[in-house]
Write a protein that binds this ligand. Structure first.
Ligand code: ADP
Length: 261
């Protein structure tokens, strides 16, 4: 059986900082979307970002994955550190991007490829890994997200929740150190949300380091080690789920939670 535990899974790595973000800032034109964001993510932990629409949560994730290039600030994932204040080269961007796998609201799976081929496309085509080994690992990842029996199906034959789980397996297949989830259940019918959250809980239990943008407060309560509440491009509150979700200190967080609970 192949190993699908996280690359950071050694006991020695646990309890160390995997991600550090400091002074992250980003504007789109005149619109200042992130202002001096600082946070740390420990190896094997789950960080949940919550906050109103437009508060900058997605932009934080996209900056970690270098899909958006920050205007200022330092992002470190593992041994890879990029200072966005200076000029950032393409190679640096590619190296930073390779550290994390991103799961989006919905996945544009390749319609003409099977589920397994969708999962192995990254390792085989982009990372030039051995096809047989990638397929074995791909099947294991599909088992991990609970859809081993769909390996040979085509995306159109799957429900939205199953497609989303293929998206998770595909992101895992590149063996990232960090998994990023951008509202992974918000485009799903309510009855399909649970199966995706269950797959994410299983990953957390396996020790994957995860940063998750979600409005699923119960998931945050059950799984998060750290919750960051963002508003207006800043982190307004941070702490354990108990601290931020049950006993928020600021009126802004109280109002937000009141609205969505
Ligand atoms: P959230 O994830 O909290 O809803 P986002 O990070 O998606 O917030 O967006 C923060 C703000 O940045 C929003 O006002 C959004 O309209 C703006 N924004 C995001 N991406 C772009 C972009 N590519 N161009 C212009 N504005 C953007």
């Amino acid at each position: 059986m192949t190993d699908t535990t996280p690359p950071t899974g050694s006991t020695a790595a646990q309890g160390r900082s995997l991600v550090s973000v400091s002074g992250l800032a980003k504007s789109f034109g005149d619109h200042e979307v992130l202002r001096s964001i600082d946070f740390e993510v420990m190896t094997g932990s789950v960080t949940v970002l919550i906050g109103p629409s437009g508060s900058g949560k997605t932009t934080v994730l996209r900056s970690l994955n270098a899909l958006d290039l920050a205007d200022a600030g330092v992002v470190r994932i593992g041994d890879v550190e990029v200072d966005f204040a200076g000029p950032v080269g393409k190679a640096e961007v590619a190296t930073l991007r390779a550290q994390s796998g991103m799961v989006f609201q919905s996945h544009h799976l390749f319609p003409h490829l099977t589920v397994l081929e969708n999962v192995t496309a990254g390792p085989v085509l982009a990372q030039r890994r051995d096809r047989a080994a990638a397929e074995e690992e791909g099947r294991e990842l599909l088992r991990l997200v609970g859809i081993a029996d769909k390996a040979d199906a085509y995306p159109y034959q799957l429900s939205g929740g199953q497609q989303q789980r293929v998206g998770i397996a595909r992101a895992l297949a590149i063996r990232p150190q960090l998994m990023l989830f951008d509202e992974p259940t918000s485009a799903l019918d309510p009855e399909l949300v649970g199966e995706v959250l269950t797959a994410m809980k299983d990953l957390a239990a396996q020790g994957w380091t995860m940063v998750v943008v979600t409005h699923e407060i119960r998931f945050a309560q059950q799984v998060a080690d750290q919750v960051l509440f963002m508003d207006g491009g800043v982190v307004v509150e941070r702490g354990t789920p108990e601290e931020v979700l049950t006993r928020p200190r600021t009126e802004r967080a109280r109002q937000f939670l009141h609205r969505i609970l």
